[in-house]
Design a protein around this ligand. Structure first.
Ligand SMILES: *Cc1c(COP(=O)(O)O)cnc(C)c1O
Length: 379
């Protein structure tokens, strides 16, 4: 945990906008995940925040990784460069999943030598994998309900349950090995029933595949979606883990391998944003603050991630309802239209917590404003 006072000190020391990563929080989140889901191997979804320092800390903690592009693959690979070719190969084989169901042909070509585990969700992808990465192991990405998730993924990804086994058999016929089933219940899933339904659909696909003669599957990948504690309405991870453990024990044999791809859960609570008031105005009777970070930068999750990050002041005092705007010349650059803040002056610092996931990861250089400076603590 970083205290408010520490955060303010960091803001003053390093300047703003600042993105602070607490590595003790990363290690804590990884430990908690393992503690409550002991049967599950955690593959950190690098896209949530691909900073190499974060990948390194999770690597040292024992994590595996979910990558979705060659640059993400290389960030993870940096940590195992020093290993012998054989050991590196084994590590990649055991600890990396390439979980982007649709892959460019040249990426498959580059991945082939590592015998990677990759996901797929179309007949077209089977043809591509057979041609460019015949050494790959496959996991079928299944379409599952994303009801109530903050970020919905089921319209873009996943084979419909009705065609899943046809696809598995097609891959088998193409000479490929389908090792199991993967799914994603939608990011920031607070509706735990999504996991129950997804596991039940997965079990039916396993059964149908077996009935139709395919018996090589021994892996389930329960994806991401594990919610970050953004507010008090999010039930504890422990409760979700209990639901998942119960269903897995009920539906699957003891020796099945279980993977998960937590992204948000690992990094959200490890990230802080500190920025500074650069201007103010009263518009239509409402106080408006302009800060030096916004939705093209660390607050990009407001747009891409459908996430809200309360803005907090270091200063105390009576509060009023305000708007908080980012620094660019775009009217879309609105951090919030409803924040209760004390009266702030130019150069006063403000901050947000729980902003480690899908934030700095999607920051741009729009309008000449670079992404926030990154500082690592408790590394
Ligand atoms: C983004 C993504 C994840 C991570 O999801 P979270 O909701 O952040 O845990 C996991 N798996 C896949 C395939 C993804 O695309």
């Amino acid at each position: 945990m970083i205290t408010k006072a520490q955060l303010q000190k960091l803001g003053r020391l390093h300047g703003t906008p600042l993105f602070v990563v607490d590595h003790e929080a990363l290690r804590g989140n990884y430990r908690e995940f393992k503690r409550y889901l002991p049967r599950v191997q955690a593959y950190y979804a690098v896209k949530a925040e691909p900073l190499p320092e974060i990948v390194e800390t999770l690597y040292k903690a024992g994590a595996s990784f979910d990558v979705a592009s060659m640059p993400e693959f290389r960030i993870v690979h940096e940590n195992i460069k020093h290993l012998s070719a054989k050991k590196r190969q084994d590590w990649i084989w055991d600890k990396i999943i390439y979980a982007n169901p649709t892959k460019p042909a040249d990426t498959l070509q580059k991945l082939n030598r590592y015998k990677p585990l990759v996901t797929f969700d179309s007949f077209e992808e089977i043809k591509k994998i057979r041609q460019y990465a015949p050494n790959a192991g496959l996991a079928l990405r299944l379409q599952v309900p994303n009801t109530g998730a903050m970020v919905e993924l089921s319209s873009k990804f996943g084979a419909a349950p009705g065609e899943a086994v046809d696809m598995i058999l097609a891959a088998d016929k193409a000479g490929l090995t389908v090792e199991g089933i993967s799914f994603h219940v939608g990011s920031q899933t607070t509706n735990f029933d999504n996991y129950v339904q997804a596991l039940s659909l997965t079990a039916s696909v396993f059964k149908e595949a077996k009935d139709r003669g395919y018996t090589k599957m021994n892996l389930i990948d329960i994806g991401g979606g594990f919610p970050a504690p953004y507010d008090a309405s999010v039930k504890p991870f422990k409760e979700l883990a209990k639901v998942i453990n119960t269903e897995i024990d009920r539906l699957f044999p003891k020796d099945i391998q279980i993977l998960a791809e937590p992204g948000r859960y690992m990094v959200a609570s490890a990230g802080y944003a500190v920025s500074k008031v650069i201007g103010k105005a009263v518009r239509g009777g409402k106080m408006c603050y302009y800060i030096n970070d916004g939705v093209y930068h660390t607050y990009s999750g407001v747009i891409f991630d459908h996430c809200k990050y309360p803005i907090k002041a270091f200063k105390r005092g009576p509060t009023q309802m305000c708007s908080v705007f980012g620094p660019t010349c775009d009217a879309l650059d609105v951090v919030s239209m409803a924040e209760n803040l004390p009266n702030l002056e130019r150069d006063d610092l403000v901050y947000s917590v729980n902003i480690g996931a899908y934030s700095h990861a999607s920051a741009t250089f729009f309008n000449g404003f670079p992404p926030a400076t990154v500082v690592h603590v408790n590394q």
